[in-house]
Structures are given as C-alpha cells and as structure tokens.
Design a protein around this ligand. Structure first.
Ligand SMILES: Cc1ncc(COP(=O)(O)O)c(C=O)c1O
Length: 422
C-alpha cells in the first residue's frame, strides 16, 4: 500500500510546471509514485490499472521481480563500460535476440531508444546502399523524435512543425487501410500502384536506399497493414528485392511479444532486412537496437556508428531476463490466443460503435470522433483504468503480456460499457 505523506498533488504539479519542459506532454495529470505488476499508484495513494504499459514498455508489468533482480545483480557487478572493452551482457543479449529474430537477422547494434534505433538503421541503409539518398516512409507513421525519426514521421503535425529543414529525401506513401470505409481508396493494391507510378515518373527506385514501415502502425491509430486480399508486406518485400531497396521494419512499439509473436512482421511471414527494437525490450530500462544479418552488418566498419550508453550492462541484463521470462512462461501463445478472443469480443459488442483491429495485446478501437475517444478515456480514468488514444480517433490497449485473463476481461467489459454509454 502506498502511503505518501508528502503527497500534495497541486504542489507537485506546480513544481512540475515550473521545472520541467513544457514540451513534455502528459496524458493524465496524476503523479505516479510506484508501479507493481499491472498497476500504478499515484502519490495520493490511488491504484490504477495500467492498460498502457507506459506506451508499450513494461511488457511484464511494472517492477517485475525477476527483471529487477537481474538489473540489481548487474548493478553490483558492472554498470558502465561503453566501448572501452567488450562486456558479457550485450554479447549474451545479442545472442538471445539472434535466436528470436526472423530469417537471417542475427546481429544487433544496441542504443538507448527507439528513435536512436531508427536513426542508426537509416545510417546503416545509406552505408549499405551508397549513392541512394532517398527514403520511403508511410503516412501516419511514427519513428521517433530525433531529427531522423521526426523526418520519417507523419502521424501528428505538432511533431514536425517548425523543425524544418528536416532530413531531405523522405517520400511519404499512403499506409493502406482496409478497416474504415472512408479510406477505401487506400487499399493495398492502390498503394502499390502509386508506388510503381512514383518509380516510373519521378522517383527512381535506384535512388532509394530504404523503405521504413511499421507492420502495425502505432501512433498512426493501431492499424495493421492488410494481410488480405493481398499480403501488403510480402508485396513490399518483392518490390524491395526487385529494386535492391532495404526493407526496415520498425518494431519499436509492436515488437517483443506485444502482438503474440516476437515481432509483428511474423504475422506476415516476411523477413525484412532490418528490424528496429526498443520499448518493451528492457521492461522499463532504456535500451534499443537495430538488427540485421551478420553479413550486412559487417559492412559497417568499427566506429562508423556508436553510442556511449547504448547496450549498457544493466539494461542488457534486464532485457535478457525479459526475453527469458516471455519465453519460459509461454507468453506469446497466451497473448495471441487471449488477444484474439478479446478482439473478437470487442468487435462483436461494439459492432455499431467502433472498428476493432489488432493482433495479440496491441488492440485498436476506432470510434466515431476524437471527442468520443477523449470522453471514453476520461470515463475509464474515473474507474481507475488508464487507456491511451492513438491516431485520429482510436483507443489503444496495450496491457502487460502476463496480465491475468480475468482481470483483463473484466476491464474490457467495463470499457465496453463505457463506450456504449458515451
Ligand atoms: C514505431 C516507433 N518507432 C520509434 C519510436 C521512438 O521511440 P523512442 O520514444 O524510444 O525514441 C516509437 C515511439 O513511440 C514508435 O512507436
């Protein structure tokens, strides 16, 4: 039980306002003090069910005992060494990642965040594909806050406004949407045609080093790329192969078991050339990376990229334990099966109010309007349940992968009632 004598919400928020940058957006104006499994506790002692996982990070819930123990043990052994020497923990973690990555992807560069992973992947693509300055990204995508990540993102105006000139050579293509009527013109076939037309008319494919895509868009509205009637990712794979363009799959939000498979691209049976990871990897400790084949990664000579803190021993130890627990506890099967049941249940119950989509525990519920989404979020908050909006007018659910089924279904039923009422 959280006791907080010093808890004075008003005072804390005033100090927050005074000392923290206004650029930092917060969804809920409570002050978190403690996390435990699927719950967080605010300074005033209120317990909230966290269906956000700190935006897809605490895959095993807050302060998972085994992950914390692994990090604590590492803290007493070696905290930091950077590139001064090799160290045991990034070797161990990279080997583990190689065993879960698809196809021939078996080599990782570690950094601290998703944005850095994306920037690194772009540098890698440019090195591997020299003389090809252009990139392709998809509308509605989000790839981070660095200048590189910002340049490749288009989910919200506020993320880009006033930051020009951004990285040149980024070309945006529609992300196919097979879910909502309004976007019928953005069918997978149509998007692929547009791409071919671009290649023929003004953007030579041999000027493009890489294409970056989220197989399931995160900030863009929890929108999976279509699998039917055509597998969009497979078609992109073919186009990339034909033109020697690298296919980068950004799994920062959708990876590490979130969708009931290690990576969302696994649902499409496609092996990309590069995968970017972060968020859920360290269960809350900062770590990211980009992964490719050993053969390709070896084209980057020593010091052609680097990071002081990237892949630090403590984050690596926490990440290794996170992967081990997901595997040991068969969480991928649990998430896939439970997530499918929940998605079906939501779709059935909300057939007239919402478009429900997703894989595993990455669930999007698109409502009629942004206002409705805000109201639902506020009503959930009143019931001590934290959910997040995404995209133009969708709710996203990202519960911990190990949440008890009864707790999850119970909260989903509360959410359904709220949506029906609102
Ligand atoms: C798909 C995707 N890529 C990259 C990022 C950036 O990650 P970070 O905030 O760790 O820099 C995010 C963050 O939300 C993301 O969802």
């Amino acid at each position: 039980m959280v006791t907080n004598q010093a808890s004075n919400l008003k005072e804390l928020l005033a100090k927050d306002e005074k000392y923290l940058s206004s650029a930092l957006y917060r969804v809920f104006h409570i002050v978190a003090e403690k996390g435990e499994g699927p719950y967080i506790y605010s300074t005033d002692g209120v317990k909230y069910l966290d269906l956000t996982c700190g935006i897809g990070v605490t895959q095993l819930g807050h302060c998972h005992e085994e992950v914390i123990k692994a990090a604590q043990e590492q803290l007493t052994k070696l905290v930091h060494i950077s590139c001064v020497t090799h160290h045991t923990e990034n070797i161990k973690l990279a080997e583990k990642l190689a065993s879960i990555l698809p196809g021939n992807l078996n080599n990782t560069f570690f950094c601290n965040s998703g944005s850095e992973a994306v920037d690194g992947a772009i540098k890698f693509a440019r090195r591997l594909n020299p003389g090809r300055p252009n990139l392709i990204a998809f509308k509605g995508s989000f790839h981070g806050r660095t200048i590189g990540g910002t340049s490749l993102s288009s989910s919200k105006e506020v993320h880009r406004k006033f930051y020009d000139p951004l990285l040149p050579g980024v070309n945006f293509v529609e992300f196919p949407n097979c879910y909502t009527g309004k976007y019928k013109e953005h069918s997978a076939e149509r998007v692929l045609e547009t791409l071919e037309q671009m290649f023929k008319s003004y953007l030579s494919p041999d000027s493009i080093s890489a294409m970056i895509i989220e197989a399931m868009q995160g900030e863009g509205g929890y929108l999976p790329a279509p699998l039917k009637p055509i597998n969009f990712l497979k078609e992109l794979r073919n186009i990339c192969d034909k033109h020697k363009i690298l296919l980068i799959c950004d799994e920062v939000q959708s990876g590490i078991g979130r969708t009931g498979k290690w990576f969302s691209i696994n649902h499409y049976d496609v092996v990309p050339d590069v995968i970017t990871i972060a968020k859920g990897l360290g269960n809350g400790l900062p770590i990211g990376g980009f992964c490719a084949s050993h053969e390709r990664m070896s084209t980057m000579p020593p010091a052609s990229h680097g990071s002081t803190f990237g892949g630090n021993p403590v984050s690596c130890a926490a990440a290794y334990k996170t992967l081990e627990v997901i595997e040991r506890d068969n969480l991928l099967d649990y998430v896939f099966k439970t997530g499918s049941e929940i998605i079906d249940h939501l779709a059935k119950e909300l057939s007239t109010q919402a478009n429900v989509r997703g894989f595993g525990f990455m669930i999007g519920i698109e409502l009629e309007s942004k206002e409705k989404v805000e109201k639902v979020k506020d009503e959930c908050f009143k019931e001590n349940i934290l959910i997040l909006p995404t995209g133009e007018k969708a709710i996203r659910l990202l519960p911990p992968l190990n949440i008890e089924k009864a707790l999850l279904t119970n909260s989903i039923d509360k959410l359904i009632n709220i949506i029906k009422k609102v």
